[in-house]
Write a protein that binds this ligand. Structure first.
Ligand code: AMP
Ligand code: MG
Length: 511
């Protein structure tokens, strides 16, 4: 593998000036993935953005990295995060993976427009920095390796919004833009998102080595994952089974969290499923407005495979695909051994079911203000969801207004068509709350789990339209609002129902 050819910034190019921002803390880069060898990735330089500029940066993400507040004033940082330079110690590489897309084996995929720059030592542990949109790689297939400003704004904002909501997710440190034209349905402009995560390993990485008959590499990848990301699995009698159970449980928690917020991922292909149970690859995702369990947020998903109400079972399906890819690591000398190995892997995946049910009920209870557990709680939650669905009541607002309904139920009632049915349900809920302490305490708990602000499509669209006109202020403003999702926003419009113009917004895979 050749070493990166991108110009390396050294001290002669960035002589400190009197007004220079405080330097980044001596950043230490490691490249643990690079130790796996060439079957796992290709080293190559980024194809950067010409004349890049910042569109936005995330103070919260930078703080997690331990960077100073003015880090983005460094001209070096802009060039590095736009793909035009590397800091000493970085080894840019694109990884190979495969996957099932829309339920069908899609063969080899890989980082077609993502480039891992290396791992940074941070107070929270090593973090991989990845540029998305910095040029074609050997895995780009027919793609151009670019990402457009529109979808990059959506990924940037969604990553940070989800983190602020407490949902496990890859983070977004920065968004750089350029006038470089990129052709999609129309001509758009290029952008690069800097994503951050402990690891970007996907189910598809394991599927790749299983399906291409590389059992040694599969073993190596599992060992790598266990050593660096799941050390507690090392002691298990069968680490493959332990890893599968771990990711099954984390995925169950993740999907329950998504469901509780009305979040639809949109493209739950196995190559978009994180081995760490993180929300990964924000494409045609959406936070639901009016509640419809059958809601399909991805315009390209004609059959609704990834509809809201199917996310839990699709995740389970994906875990089975992962289980199958781990089979070559299991004993299979005889038919009986094959059968026993299969059963152990299936049992690990099966753990998902119970964990999802428990996590989901736990989320609904919290959203209803309940701390104690009673037998009728699932039915209470289901009945509220049914009422919401039959009125297509706004998902986020229904829960937020319910949080204040002990005080005044009128704003909640305004969202529902069948108000008698809602009143009957409210009476049941109030009765159930008798066991839950003072109304003020219930309300405070509910307001802390039922957000006022989520990244509705029309909010993202407003920021995108302003950015296209050269005004990036709205991206940064929205980021700030989304970073405190449980506070009432200063501008009521940020929490309000979508305006009429937003009814027909369509989001597809084109990005
Ligand atoms: P996605 O649907 O975004 O998860 O992408 C599926 C696969 O297509 C991944 O391997 C991506 O890296 C690749 N891909 C998507 N868009 C592009 C693009 N514009 N250029 C190169 N590869 C792409
Ligand atoms: Mg993807």
């Amino acid at each position: 593998m050749s070493s990166p050819a991108a110009p390396s910034l050294d001290s002669t190019q960035a002589l400190p000036r009197a007004d220079a921002p405080s330097p980044l803390p001596a950043a230490r880069w490691t490249n643990r993935f690079a130790e796996l060898g060439p079957r796992f990735f290709t080293e190559l330089p980024a194809q950067g953005l010409p004349d890049p500029y910042w569109v936005a940066t995330s103070p919260a993400c930078a703080a997690e990295l331990g960077w100073p507040a003015d880090w983005q004033q460094s001209p070096e940082a802009l060039q590095v995060l736009a793909g035009n330079a590397v800091w000493p110690g970085m080894r840019p590489l694109a990884t190979v993976y495969s996957g099932h897309q829309f339920g069908v084996w899609a063969g080899q995929l890989g980082d077609g427009r993502a480039l891992c720059l290396g791992e940074l030592d941070t107070p929270a542990g090593p973090r991989e920095l990845q540029l998305k949109g910095a040029g074609a790689t050997p895995y780009s297939r027919r793609g151009d390796g670019r990402a457009v400003l529109r979808s990059s704004i959506r990924e940037f904002l969604a990553s940070e919004a989800m983190a602020a909501l407490g949902v496990p997710t890859t983070r977004a440190l920065a968004l750089t833009g350029s006038r470089l034209p990129v052709l999609r349905e129309t001509v758009e402009t290029a952008a690069v998102v800097t994503r951050v995560a402990p690891s970007f390993l996907r189910f598809g990485h394991f599927e790749h080595f299983a399906h291409s008959d590389q059992p040694e590499q599969l073993r190596e990848l599992l060992d790598f994952f266990v050593t660096h990301h799941a050390p507690e699995c090392a002691q298990a009698p069968e680490p493959a089974v332990a890893v599968l159970q771990r990711v099954s449980l984390q995925t169950a928690e993740l999907i329950a969290h998504w469901q509780s917020l009305g979040f639809c991922h949109g493209v739950m292909n196995t190559d978009n499923m994180s081995m760490l149970g993180l929300t990964l690859d924000y494409g045609p995702f959406g936070f639901m407005d009016g509640f419809d369990p059958g809601h399909i947020c991805n315009h390209s998903d004609e059959r609704g495979r990834y509809a809201y109400a199917r996310q839990a079972s699709v995740a389970f399906w994906n875990l089975h695909a992962l289980a199958q890819s781990l089979m070559p690591l299991m004993p299979q000398g005889s038919d009986a051994e094959i059968e026993a190995s299969t059963q152990r892997l299936l049992a690990a995946v099966e753990a998902y079911r119970e964990r999802f049910a428990t996590a989901m009920l736990g989320r609904w209870r919290a959203k209803l203000g309940l701390v104690t557990e009673q037998a009728g709680d699932q039915a209470l939650a289901d009945d509220f969801l049914r009422l919401m669905a039959s009125s297509r009541a706004d998902f986020t607002q229904s829960w937020r207004r319910l949080s204040r309904a002990l005080e005044d139920a009128t704003p909640l009632r305004d969202l529902f068509i069948d108000r008698d049915a809602l009143d009957a349900w409210l009476a049941r809920w109030r009765e159930r709350l008798a066991a839950e302490g003072a109304p003020e305490a219930v309300q405070a708990r509910m307001l802390a789990v039922n957000p006022a602000v989520v990244l509705r499509n029309h909010l993202a669209e407003g920021a995108i339209r302003a950015a296209r006109d050269g005004d990036f202020g709205e991206v940064q403003r929205l980021l700030k609002v989304l970073s405190r999702p449980f506070d009432e926003p200063e501008s009521p419009a940020d929490a309000a129902l979508p305006p009429d113009w937003a009814q027909d917004l369509e989001v597809s895979c084109s990005s």
